[in-house]
Write a protein that binds this ligand. Structure first.
Ligand SMILES: [Zn+2]
Length: 202
């Protein structure tokens, strides 16, 4: 049995190959990626740590952006099944869970600040106290919570960790679904394929 597992809670620099993989995973060119904080056991990125303001000027609150198509699809299925309302209800009733989730929110803010400094981005006041996924007291996006859990490692975001358990039929830290999850032979989406450039060339 192969015991290799995904690497979470890491801070590796994105290589050119990583950026191409992210663009293929998302079907659009990625930009402003600062770190790869989690990787499949095969090495492919799972999450892109992204600067809090994109180079086009738009504030970007989802610092830990979930990119792997198997995981994004699995999270979408959990959302469609009504998991977020159930989690929000428990947050309102379970003081211990609520405190842990507030801790996740604080961790998210601190990590975003570290990534902001590392990327040389000025303070982004528009999202100063906003994190992602509905934190600190609601659940509005499982992709954001799962992205945070994978970026932080287990134990920091209780509802992101729960989301990872909920998708275990489709993906675990021991899985690699990369070969079938996106088209590895496709042309890498680049800025040259953006709508703006195509319009200028036509
Ligand atoms: Zn893989």
């Amino acid at each position: 049995m192969n015991e290799a597992a995904a690497a979470t809670g890491i801070r590796s620099e994105p290589t050119a190959a990583d950026l191409d993989t992210l663009s293929l995973q998302l079907g659009r060119p990625v930009r402003d990626v600062v770190e790869i904080p989690a990787r499949c056991r095969c090495g492919n990125p799972l999450v892109a740590s992204t600067a809090p303001r994109l180079s086009n000027g738009i504030p970007f609150p989802t610092t830990f952006y979930l990119t792997h198509p198997t995981l994004t699809a699995a999270a979408s299925r959990q959302e469609a099944a009504g998991v977020m309302a159930e989690m929000s209800q428990r947050l309102a009733e379970d003081e211990e869970l609520a405190a842990s989730y507030r801790g996740a929110h604080e961790h998210y803010l601190a990590e975003r600040e570290r990534i902001r400094v590392k990327s040389g981005t000025d303070l982004v006041e528009e999202i100063g106290h906003v994190t992602a996924g509905g934190m600190p007291d609601r659940v509005k996006c499982l992709h954001a919570l799962l992205g945070h859990s994978l970026a932080a490692g287990a134990g920091l975001n209780p509802l992101g960790d729960e989301t990872l358990e909920l998708i275990a039929d489709e993906w675990t830290l021991q899985s690699c679904t990369c070969q079938q999850a996106w088209d590895h032979e496709a042309e890498v989406p680049t800025k040259d394929l953006s709508r703006h450039v195509r319009r200028l060339e036509s």
